[in-house]
Design a binder for this molecule. Structure first.
Ligand SMILES: [Zn+2]
Length: 268
């Protein structure tokens, strides 16, 4: 029975994974993510029912588009499996049990699923374009607000801690809008700070601070290795490019998901 439940959770994870990759592809191109039918990016061929099923469609079609034979990047296939595994791990750490279903665990699971959608899509777009997609960030802020309201209704938390985060978020939103109006471009740093607050609300302060620390240390280490390998002049010249290479939000999201699962395994 539990095996069936976890298979269902895995399939659910792959479906969500398929949606994340679609969102990462479509949102920056301003293509509707819910109403437009899935299509091959190369020839525009509309995908049939079997071609829409994650993992299976990849194996079924041999990793190629049915019409134009263009190779589908295996990345999609890998991401769908990873997403399924993350869902299973989270359900497992929340001790979701088919014989003893607890409403609180299921609600926590549902909130984490909503949160993961925000984190995965932000990470994907940041990896491709090195920017934080604002609409997805706003969605994450809404999920965080809903979670805070839920925790307060259940009396699981003191409201004051979260009021502080909400006030900080509002201040950052104002600063970000101000920057956008005056400079006519996005501010990666303000948006990263907002993302960090969304992370704190959904995955606790401990996991978030640890995630930030891990990412900072790994960036510093890469810089040191890069410096040791190259001469100082070259380093100075290429430092600007190197800065572009580090996709902070992308790295932060990966660290956050791994540490979240690790921490839940320890405490639940
Ligand atoms: Zn095609």
């Amino acid at each position: 029975m539990n095996l069936i439940l976890y298979i269902i959770i895995f399939i659910m994870g792959t479906l969500f994974g398929s949606f994340y990759t679609l969102a990462v592809y479509r949102i920056p191109k301003k293509i509707d993510i819910t109403h437009t039918h899935s299509f091959c990016p190369n020839c525009g061929h509309k995908l049939g029912f079997w071609e829409l099923i994650p993992i299976w469609s990849y194996l079924f079609l041999g990793g190629k588009c049915k019409k134009c034979n263009k190779k589908i990047r295996p990345r999609y296939f890998i991401l769908e499996i990873l997403s399924g595994l993350v869902f299973v791990l989270i359900a497992y750490t929340l001790k979701i049990d088919a014989y003893n279903l607890q409403t609180a665990s299921l609600i926590k699971f549902a909130f984490l699923v909503l949160y993961l959608a925000c984190i995965f899509i932000i990470a994907g777009i940041d990896k491709e374009e090195r920017r934080i997609e604002k609409s997805v960030l706003y969605y994450g802020i809404m999920v965080s607000c809903a979670y805070i309201i839920y925790l307060c209704i259940m009396g699981q938390t003191s409201i004051y801690r979260y009021v502080m985060y909400l006030v900080t978020l509002i201040v950052l939103l104002i600063l970000d809008t101000e920057y956008q109006i005056t400079k006519a471009k996005q501010n990666y740093y303000i948006e990263t700070l907002m993302l960090i607050i969304v992370m704190i609300v959904n995955t606790t302060e401990f996991v978030t601070i640890l995630s930030v620390a891990v990412v900072c240390v790994s960036i510093v280490l890469t810089k040191i290795i890069y410096y040791l390998k190259n001469s100082l002049n070259k380093y100075k010249k290429e430092h600007k490019d190197l800065k572009q290479i580090h996709k902070f939000a992308y790295l932060l999201a990966i660290a956050n998901v791994i540490l979240l699962i690790g921490q839940m395994k320890l405490y639940y």
